[in-house]
Design a protein around this ligand. Structure first.
Ligand SMILES: Nc1nc2c(c(=O)[nH]1)N[C@H]1C(S)=C(S)[C@@H](COP(=O)(O)O)O[C@H]1N2
Ligand SMILES: [Mo]
Length: 444
């Protein structure tokens, strides 16, 4: 059954009337194809262009006419046991960049942050980053083992996990490689691709310290090794202090069990720390007295500096922000007052302020931060700007509660060089040109 236009079926059939034609469907396809075509071409990634908003309403649907959807019964409650977004939102999807990785199993797709509202990422569009593909785990066969420097090594089933008191908390997860393609200059023309390796959901699970209490960490136990249950051999060393602070073993996101691609049935949550350490499908935690220096914390996820040395154990994600509208996917359509909207976050706590500039960082104004502003969580910001059809350079700059200010690319490069692909939290610039199209550019 074709449901693309949401036109009545049941009601129309029952009432014995023909299903009305819907010009709205053609308009929708035109817009949708624009987005899909641009992404496939890869040239202007995710760019929908001003045409995106040019879909015209059908006068037959507008007042004083009564549109067809008011004249027919809608689908009954049995039609959708698990709900999906409106077909008119079919462009709000995760996208990958084919040339970025050799395979889709060891790869990434990106959250469509330009099309989302508020700070919570819907489960179905949370970016995925796998090193060995999505792992399918039957929770009945699932076990978490804890061994090493503990009094009583133990193996926990999901039933065991569910018997502990749980907490629910909102946290962002950002891959250390988010914005990693942009170190040497503007690369990807879409905020989905420059900044979409991030999501923010409400995790429900058991604090890791509660589980560690069960096994009794020995006095010389100071480090944990977290091991994933997928084929990639994902291992990361985690200092015990983090485990005893705010780490969680989460089984749910946004009120439902984790999605398979995000670690079902159990994942490690390390608030504010780089996404790589949030081991999915976690199968084992070993307690030790020193870090393991695994592949993922030596050859990968270290930051090669200009002098050939590498920073390592760079766990905390520095404060960062980005404007998600206007952006390359969301051109400026109107002269006069427009809204700037965006997201800010810090691995060190709350966002204190966000500043926005329309002249490439010469002048800054304070953006609004609508409630809630939660620690280690995406924070929305918005501000007005007046567009008179001239070129504009849009930027945002986050300040967190420690007083840390998001750096310019030049300032970041002075201390980090350009060899790394990780931890690029520099200020992003969008050029709004005279037609209102928006382009990813590098200043200076
Ligand atoms: N077991 C396992 N855990 C993993 C990974 C993986 O490939 N295997 N990828 C890591 C990386 S690099 C990131 S950025 C996050 C991504 O989490 P997500 O797929 O829920 O977005 O999971 C991390 N945990
Ligand atoms: Mo990552």
């Amino acid at each position: 059954m074709d449901r693309t236009n949401g036109a009545p079926t049941n009601g129309a059939r029952k009432a014995g009337v023909a299903r009305p034609s819907s010009p709205g469907r053609r308009a929708f396809l035109r817009t949708g194809a624009g987005v899909a075509g641009a992404a496939a071409a890869g040239a202007v990634l995710g760019k929908s262009g001003p045409a995106a908003a040019a879909a015209e309403a059908d006068p037959a649907h507008l007042p004083p006419n009564v549109p067809w959807w008011t004249q027919y019964l809608g689908d009954g409650v049995a039609a959708r046991p698990y709900g999906l977004p409106s077909p008119h939102e079919a462009h709000v999807v995760r996208r990958n960049v084919e040339w970025l990785t050799a395979t889709t199993e060891s790869s990434v797709n990106f959250t469509p942050i330009q099309d989302l509202h508020g700070f919570v990422t819907p489960n179905g569009v949370c970016f995925e980053r796998h090193h060995g593909g999505t792992t399918e785990v039957n929770p009945v066969d699932y076990r978490l083992m804890i061994n090493g420097l503990v009094d009583t090594p133990k193996i926990f089933s999901m039933e065991d996990i569910f018997r502990f008191p749980v907490e629910s908390r909102f946290y962002f997860l950002e891959c250390a490689a988010n914005t990693g393609m942009e170190w040497r200059g503007a690369q990807l023309n879409g905020v989905q691709f420059t900044h979409g390796m991030i999501h923010c959901v409400q995790y429900t699970g058991v604090p890791l310290r509660v589980i560690l209490d069960q096994v009794g960490v020995k006095p010389n136990g100071t480090w944990l090794l977290a091991e994933g249950g997928d084929s990639s051999g994902m291992h990361r060393s985690v200092p015990l202090e983090k485990a005893l602070d705010d780490a969680m073993l989460a089984f749910a996101m946004n009120g439902e069990m984790l999605r398979p691609e995000n670690g079902y049935p159990l994942r490690l949550v390390l608030p504010g720390w780089e996404g790589n350490m949030w081991v999915k499908w976690i199968r084992r935690i070993e307690v030790g007295d020193q870090p393991w220096h695994t592949r993922e914390e030596t050859s990968k996820y270290t930051d090669l500096l200009a002098n050939g040395k590498a920073r390592f154990f760079t766990w905390e994600m520095d404060a960062k922000s980005v404007i998600t509208g206007p952006c390359p996917e969301k051109p400026v359509l109107h002269k006069g007052v427009n809204q700037i909207k965006g997201l800010a976050w810090s691995g060190r706590g709350r966002i204190k302020e966000v500043h926005v500039s329309t002249d490439g960082g010469r002048n800054w104004m304070q953006a609004r931060l609508p409630d809630p502003v939660l620690p280690k969580c995406l924070t929305c910001f918005n501000a007005e700007f007046e567009w008179n059809g001239e070129e504009v350079l849009l930027q945002s700059r986050a300040v967190d509660e420690t007083g840390y200010v998001q750096p310019t690319m030049q300032a970041l490069q002075e201390v980090r060089g350009v060899n790394s692909i990780y931890h690029n939290n520099s200020i992003q610039t969008w050029l709004v040109n005279k037609t209102g199209e928006v382009e990813n550019v590098r200043l200076g």
